[in-house]
Design a protein around this ligand. Structure first.
Ligand code: GRF
Length: 223
């Protein structure tokens, strides 16, 4: 099967982009990263793209008077590159409904919580403030509503007694970097179906949509 032309949209560090680039180095991986777009010229992910030899462009939202004008430019870049699948990876702009609908069921986002809990920003701070025992990440199909849409893959991590937001974020990122390549592979291989706004996988195997942080293998207190 031809590899699906994929774009990754970023605003910052791009460690999830890095995980996708590394997965896509395997010629058997069903998606090829053909374009990286950043809305900020200083996004470190641009450097990661260059190192991987992937075309990278900046569409700086501050250069446009309206959200629509910004997105027209962005969509133009994606269309020119004949992009089929879009991965939002730490992309800090909310896209309007027409752009989201254009890639309906072909656009993914990663969010650092177990959705539908903790939509929005500062997830780790809120998880800690609530005293939750688990957190994680979610890769979902994008819908116009923020951090909503059919859930494809989730990763779970424990919240540990001495966690602060930074430590928890680091642990969540470890499962993000495994969850996103898995989710994109499932989408690109054509195994994702959406029924009643729920994801069904063709020939789903148990646990295929779940990543478990290695530290959850040994229950604390059982060591
Ligand atoms: C990740 O935690 C992701 O879940 C969130 O933004 C962060 C991006 O990190 N949407 P990076 O730029 O991929 O390193």
């Amino acid at each position: 099967m031809a590899r699906r032309a994929t774009a990754v949209l970023i605003s910052g560090s791009g460690s999830n982009l890095q995980a996708l680039l590394e997965a896509a180095r395997d010629p058997d991986y069903p998606a090829a990263i053909r374009l990286v777009v950043a809305n900020r010229p200083d996004a470190f992910g641009l450097e990661r793209a260059r190192r991987a030899g992937v075309p990278a462009v900046v569409v700086d939202h501050r250069a446009f008077a309206t959200r629509e004008a910004f997105e027209a430019e962005l969509v133009g870049e994606l269309s020119t590159a004949e992009i089929e699948l879009v991965c939002l990876a730490g992309f800090l702009r909310v896209l309007t409904a027409p752009t989201v609908e254009r890639w309906r069921d072909r656009m993914l986002n990663i969010h650092p919580s177990l959705l539908p809990a903790y939509r929005g920003l500062r997830t780790h701070e809120r998880v800690l403030a609530d005293g939750a025992a688990v957190s994680g990440c979610t890769v979902h199909l994008v819908r116009p509503e923020l951090d909503a849409g059919p859930i494809l893959v989730q990763g779970v991590v424990p919240v540990l007694p001495d966690d602060d937001a930074e430590r928890l974020a680091r642990r969540v990122l470890e499962v993000e970097h495994r969850a996103y390549p898995r989710a994109l592979a499932l989408l690109a291989s054509g195994r994702v179906r959406v029924r009643d706004e729920r994801v069904m996988l063709v020939d789903e195997r148990p646990g295929e949509r779940l990543i478990v942080h290695p530290s959850l293998g040994t229950p604390v207190g059982a060591r």
